[in-house]
Write a new protein. Sequence first.
Length: 158
Amino acid sequence: MITMDWGNTRFQFRAAALIWSNGHLLIHRDKKVDFWVLPGGRVEFNELATEALAREMQEELNSPAVVGPLRYVIELCGKSDNDTLHEIGLYFDVELQSPPAFDENKVVHTCQDGGANLEYRWVRPASESLQKYNFRPSFLIGKLDQRPGAITHIAVHE
């Protein structure tokens, strides 16, 4: 994984998926935390971000993935618990060949990924829906339903 720790600061390179069904986005969380994020993971050395995303989708969702256009390049500097996080994230449209069943009222998939116990659910990208799930990064709330046609760069100190 492309991760570097320096004191209480962590840098990481992450790829994330925008997976849509019936006007809803797929989000996930580790059951040990109280916030949700877009599915994805850290890119490994000598791995393209698109390859990392396809690998993560296979590992976590047991589905081959077609990684589509890059939608967001996000630079994030912020706090994570008592530590500082600096993350570069590439966010792509992704289509799963075998997506989780659609049900907006419950968790639709669970899996173990290393030490994480992940759960997935479909949510509307509207602000009130994502806020209800304590979605991170929070600055994406209100932007995800716009589905930009061009790559959007966002740089944030959160």
